[in-house]
Design a protein around this ligand. Sequence first.
Ligand SMILES: [Zn+2]
Ligand SMILES: [Zn+2]
Ligand SMILES: [Zn+2]
Length: 279
Amino acid sequence: MQIVKTCETHGPLTLDLCSVRPASKGRAERLVCKRCRRDTEKKRRTDHKDHVLEGKRASYARNGDSNREKYRQRKHLIPDKIRARNRRYYSENLDAVRDQVREYQRALKVEVLSHYSKGPPICKECGETDLRFLALDHLASDGNHHRKTVIGSSGKGTYLWAKRNGFPELFQVLCHNDNIRKARRAGYTPSRPKTDVLTHYSVGTDPECAECGESDIRVLTIDHIDGGGTKHRATLGSGTSFYLAIRKLGYPIGLQVLCFNHNSGKRCLSGPEVRADER
Ligand SMILES: [Zn+2]
Ligand SMILES: [Zn+2]
Ligand SMILES: [Zn+2]
């Protein structure tokens, strides 16, 4: 192919290595080196990260809904070939994809929590810094309502929502224990069956976390040592019925007492925040 231009960095260029730069600032339309242009664009994006992010946020706020709607309407138009290719890629690279997702979620969580902690993520109440124990807390105590009406279905979406909406002043960073403590003010008294069960499964004479010895009964819960807790609770019922059933069954083995930090920290190494259902 014919040489149409010579780049100072990349040498002689054929037409396919050039792109057309439209006329601007009094300069006529001209050919530029594709690779150089890509590098300049990249540099611009890193040098003006905040500005670029702001532009993205504005565009998301303007077009987010209609974009989603457009995608929903046109989803079925994605060619079968591409669909099959994607599906094959996922099934052949499950572990890698999962790692990628986990890493992405971890990075997002760190970014968002760091913003609200104005530095490395830390619990505002007790100074806890273990990422597994930390989550965003709704200042107004209307977390569930806000999640359902504004953010969408799951707790995981909160981090992305906060970032995309320019970190509104609706949140603070709390550890799971302090999040629960906030909901259960000092006067909280657990039901009799719950106290019995927590006492039974604790090593000492009073209920305490098997991992850290936390003894504030407001933040203690029953943990299924080998997992399967959600299913088990579903068969026995939730809240007081669960504890009643455990007592009735004569305290089956496989259970222990953990604080909410250690309970949810165990489930997700650094993953999504704990849901509010089993408190
Ligand atoms: Zn070049
Ligand atoms: Zn805390
Ligand atoms: Zn603990």
